[in-house]
Ligand binder design. Sequence first.
Ligand SMILES: NC(=O)c1ccc[n+]([C@@H]2O[C@H](COP(=O)([O-])OP(=O)(O)OC[C@H]3O[C@@H](n4cnc5c(N)ncnc54)[C@H](OP(=O)(O)O)[C@@H]3O)[C@@H](O)[C@H]2O)c1
Length: 265
Amino acid sequence: MEQEKIFESDTAIVTGGSRGIGWAVAGQLAARGARVLLVGRNVERLERRVHELNQKFPQQAVGFACDMADQPASSQQIVNFALKTIGKPTLLLNGAGGASVTHALDAPWTLWMDDFHVKFFGYLAMARAVLPIMREQRRGVIVNLVGIAGKDPNPALAIASAVNGALNGVMKVLADDVSADGVRIVNVNPGATQTDLLTAMAKVSAKESGKNIEEIIDQMRARSPLKRLPGPMDIARIVIFLMSSDADYVTGTSIDVDGGIHRGV
Ligand SMILES: NC(=O)c1ccc[n+]([C@@H]2O[C@H](COP(=O)([O-])OP(=O)(O)OC[C@H]3O[C@@H](n4cnc5c(N)ncnc54)[C@H](OP(=O)(O)O)[C@@H]3O)[C@@H](O)[C@H]2O)c1
């Protein structure tokens, strides 16, 4: 079905745009007319994804390969590339990252540092790189894929719980700083969502518990109040709504898309 081109005048950077939730968001943005810059590490996959989008939506997609662990250099390079190719960013999806399955005392210090560098500093550095441009245009929306563990800390996802909690705090204060300039910042908290990341996490849990991956995923599904696990599109639809003008009074908050698993209200 032909989508209404509600993002025709938009320029979007999607980190983690080559797989999972980010890829679903990139496709939806392009279908609605946005020019998109996808970011990921794997060059071949990125090129395939960019080609796929350009076949459907000619000349709307470009890719930039880099490791988001290298901050703030990577973020500045991404934004410079965007300015040269798709133009001044009006939308940012921060989505590059993962979630190590580990308890706080078991995780080596280097893993704590690595995960904070990629996701916490990666999201923060991207926000710091695009916000001056968005403020100058008096227009922009940043959506961050954070995660329900930030509100509902999970001992088996110790670092992700800390990273996501920290992202809730820093994005709130950033939203306060830029709201008067017409720029919105919203966090989205997926619960367990069926992507490569979930399979990788289930693999670790399966190894530790002696169960197989399907059993681990079945357990997650059984814990969900809705008795199903979402796919990337379930999350992407909410991101697209939050980026649209229909959500123009939503900022400085986080939206749970977790099927009701988190008990807080
Ligand atoms: N899936 C879930 O259950 C779930 C739940 C809560 C929160 N989240 C959060 O949502 C976000 C997206 O998750 P997902 O499930 O869509 O993950 P995914 O399917 O594993 O995709 C991750 C994307 O990020 C890119 N990426 C990962 N590390 C990177 C790095 N160091 N530098 C640059 N790009 C990198 C990947 O491409 P390359 O591998 O090519 O770099 C890929 O495009 C993550 O922040 C995750 O923590 C996910």
